[in-house]
Design a binder for this molecule. Sequence first.
Ligand code: ATP
Ligand code: MG
Length: 200
Amino acid sequence: MSGKAFKLGIMGGTFNPIHQGHLVAAEFIRDEFNLDEVLFVPSGKPPHKDSNEIAPPEHRWMMTVLATASNEHFSVSSLEIERVGESYTRETILQLKKIYPENTECYFITGADAIAEISTWHKTEDLSQITKFIAASRPGYKLDIKSIDSRFQECTYLIEIPALTISSTEIRKRIKEKRTIKYLLPEAVEKYISKNKLYG
Ligand code: ATP
Ligand code: MG
């Protein structure tokens, strides 16, 4: 048996809704780090976010499936949305480690904004024992290793990706204002949103 590790990228997010910024980040990181798979994990009840504006988990999961279906390296997990209570990254990674082969190396993918908050996460200390982090540049946020909690600098990689000034917040706002969201997210997701009257 070959000793080559299985490199698993884990892309956490609310995906409310998923957009091209998420997809470009995941795909560029997959390519740069030679990841075997990128697993998108839509969050259940995000501990950091106000729950009023968040579409039901089933819809966010479905949109994530639609957006990632055409990429052979992408997959989606319903692990966090099925969990009762708050979602914590540590629990998710420990659960994934049980499902994936023993030689799996985990790479938790975030944007520059999310990685800056790392020390506020739940039990981050142990987290650095079970996963590495990859932080992607994002317009409007400084990507600098010095701005990351010193305990995690050693297990964090930074990567510049093509800048897309797209956020789910902006997309939800545009939908409310009945403005176009075309090309900000995959067409299938755009159609799914209008069919199910989300964010209106
Ligand atoms: P919201 O505006 O609702 O916070 P969002 O666009 O920030 O939504 P999230 O679901 O919060 O999307 O983000 C999931 C992950 O994707 C985070 O780590 C975030 O930093 C990253 N990300 C989101 N948008 C981009 C982007 N345009 N470029 C790079 N990374 C991004
Ligand atoms: Mg965000």
